[in-house]
Write a protein that binds this ligand. Structure first.
Ligand code: GLU
Length: 611
């Protein structure tokens, strides 16, 4: 039985009333979404403290775990986005058509996490071609970038807050290019029609959700006085958006209409591109040292198609995204380390959780050292996943569980070529998982980085601050750091959209936001689904943990209770810290001939299905 963690929703939407509510939902989804949005928008806002590690807060007021099953399923972090995507599927659209609709609505309704001014990774399964492909729409550093752009004249890094709003942290956005390219290849519904739900919402307005309102409050606390357009839109009269009043974004509606009319390339070339470039370059008014973007920065942006990174683990083929994300490598290494230790089978045994936490931190040590934009040469992912290398790492990990792990030398390498970065800041992101009636799957993680990105609005769009994901110090100990900022490079990400196969057919698709904690969340969900045979709802709702330096963060007030006493996760040399964790997992699992979706109740996630 799932524990209802929602303390403020009226009983009609929790416990007993939920059954009635959800049967009504099945027959009258539009009505129910409307009612749910109204109730959510009237609920009180509670913002968690702002910190470097948790720039997007976990909702302290959690709703029930939203699930849905059928022939085609959508899971997004926002009910309006899920509804728009489901309508596209119901009209015969491809998973990618639905994805375009979902992302465009998220840009309007969940702008704190993702949007047209950001970037992301799509892992796409093409059912007819039986082919899996990665669309890398990560932001790039502009031509005039220098490695020390986020350092003060003294050589010390800028403060976290100052860096998050620095225009030098804005990368050339890849989201529109990714959606356009994927749609050009796979789309079955007209591009312009997929953008209409978002245009309507931006123009006619919607009731801001509690999470949107509390995210505005969080942005205000991080500092938003540097951008007048942001303040006027999201902080009218200096206060976060009022509940119960329609919120509109006419400038974003105009941008979306231009894209609907002229296609995705209009973002990168032509009048809209010029306005974006001028809007960004006008930010020199707040940061005189900002060198600005050239027209070529936008015109030369290209999506990179990549082969997925796959490994057979826990009797399944687990596929995810390769560098420049480090998240996929970390997920695969974590599961491989767990397999090598053997002690992961029982969720009721603290050892399974302890080994998970250890494996996550050992995988972090490698990925944070080795991964960089592969434009500069390949990353040794194969060596880092080599079975004997993983075995040796697992032994070292078990021999000294209290030791803080350092990166290892994978087979074939004799020395450590890069400087060792110190811990960096963590970081607004969203995940969308869609399967259509033909079996095509989109597993897509999308981000503007910190909550509301740089808190700078251009043409109604939130501009990212993704370039804070480069290591801020380009040289450490006399050696260049692998993930240093240079023109045209993509900063290392932690995003890890994943699809899992059994007998060559997809059985699971998932992803999550969460900054550097993303691979920790995904590894735990995979462990639950693949090894503990938990149903989707439990795989999403069971507690999360996340190693961080010499601490182990254990989830406080998880949607489902801890099966063990988490205080038993104490490892010598590591401090236990209990806090809420702001994941936003979107999970799809095939059970029999139906797909089951589960959305993370830690945000406003919503799963919807066609019968
Ligand atoms: N910027 C992060 C990354 O690419 C994502 C931030 C988040 O998940 O909040 O890894």
């Amino acid at each position: 039985m799932v524990r209802s963690c929602n303390r403020s929703l009226p009983t009609t939407l929790s416990s007993a009333g939920a059954r009635l509510g959800w049967s009504l939902f099945r027959s009258r989804p539009t009505l129910m979404i409307g009612a749910l949005l109204l109730l959510l928008s009237l609920s009180p806002v509670s913002a968690a403290p702002v910190s470097r590690d948790d720039p997007e807060q976990a909702d302290t007021r959690k709703s029930r775990i939203s699930t849905a099953a059928g022939s085609a399923v959508v899971v997004t972090a926002n009910p309006l986005a899920s509804k728009a995507a489901l309508n596209v599927l119901a009209s015969g659209g491809h998973a990618v058509d639905a994805l375009v609709a979902a992302q465009a609505v998220l840009a309007v309704a969940e702008p704190q996490s993702s949007g047209l001014g950001g970037g992301g990774f799509l892992l796409h399964w093409d059912a007819r071609r039986q082919a899996l492909e990665v669309f890398d729409g990560r932001e790039t550093a502009p031509e005039r970038s220098r490695s020390d752009d986020l350092l003060k004249p003294s050589g010390d890094p800028l403060s976290y807050r100052a860096a998050t709003r620095n225009p030098d942290a804005i990368g050339i956005p890849g989201t529109v290019a990714l959606l356009w390219e994927a749609h050009q290849q796979m789309g079955q519904r007209p591009w312009s029609s997929t953008l209409q739900p978002a245009i309507r919402l931006a123009r006619e307005g919607f009731l801001p959700s509690p999470r949107l309102r509390s995210s505005v409050a969080l942005a205000q606390r991080l500092g938003a006085t540097h951008n007048l357009a942001f303040q006027q839109l999201y902080l009218p009269g200096g206060k976060p958006l009022p509940a119960g009043r329609l919120f509109r974004n006419p400038a974003l509606a105009r941008t979306l209409e231009t894209l609907a009319q002229h296609g995705g390339r209009a973002f990168y070339e032509g009048p809209l591109a010029q306005r974006i470039q001028s809007g960004v370059n006008a930010l020199t008014a707040q940061a005189p040292n900002f060198k600005g973007w050239s027209a070529n920065d936008l015109a030369s942006y290209a999506v990179v198609r990549r082969s997925p990174l796959c490994r057979v683990l826990m009797k399944h083929r687990v596929c995810t995204v390769p560098p420049p994300s480090s998240g996929g490598l970390a997920v695969l290494q974590t599961l491989a380390l767990l397999e090598a230790t053997g002690g992961f089978n029982d969720p009721d045994n603290p050892q399974s959780w302890r080994d998970l936490a250890l494996a996550e931190s050992w995988a972090d040590a490698d990925r944070l050292y080795w991964v960089h934009d592969p434009i500069d040469g390949s990353v040794p992912t194969q060596g880092l996943l080599n079975p004997s290398y993983v075995q040796a790492r697992a032994q070292a990990m078990q021999a000294s569980p209290g030791r803080l792990p350092q990166p290892g030398l994978p087979p074939g390498l004799k020395r450590f070529p890069f400087g060792r970065p110190g811990p960096g800041p963590e970081l607004g992101t969203s995940h969308v998982t869609i399967v259509d009636g033909a079996g095509n799957i989109a597993s897509y993680t999308t981000t503007v980085e910190t909550v509301f990105g740089s808190r700078n609005l251009v043409e109604g769009m939130v501009m990212n601050n993704q370039l804070t994901d480069f290591d801020w110090r380009p040289v450490v100990g006399g050696l260049a750091v692998a993930n240093r900022r240079r023109p045209g490079r993509r900063p290392v990400s932690s995003m890890a959209p994943t699809i899992v196969f059994n007998n060559q057919q997809p059985v699971l698709a998932l992803g999550s936001p969460g900054g550097k904690r993303i691979p920790h969340f995904i590894s735990r969900v995979l462990l639950a689904a693949l090894q503990w045979a938990e149903p989707p709802k439990r795989s999403v709702g069971l507690p999360l943990l996340s190693p961080q330096g010499d601490s182990l963060v254990i989830e406080k007030d998880p949607p489902l209770p801890w099966p063990i006493n988490p205080n038993q996760l104490n490892v010598p040399g590591r401090k236990l810290r209990s806090q809420t964790l702001g994941s936003g997992i979107g999970l799809l699992q095939r059970i029999g001939d139906r797909w089951h979706g589960a959305a993370d109740p830690r945000r406003e996630g919503t799963a919807l299905a066609l019968p």
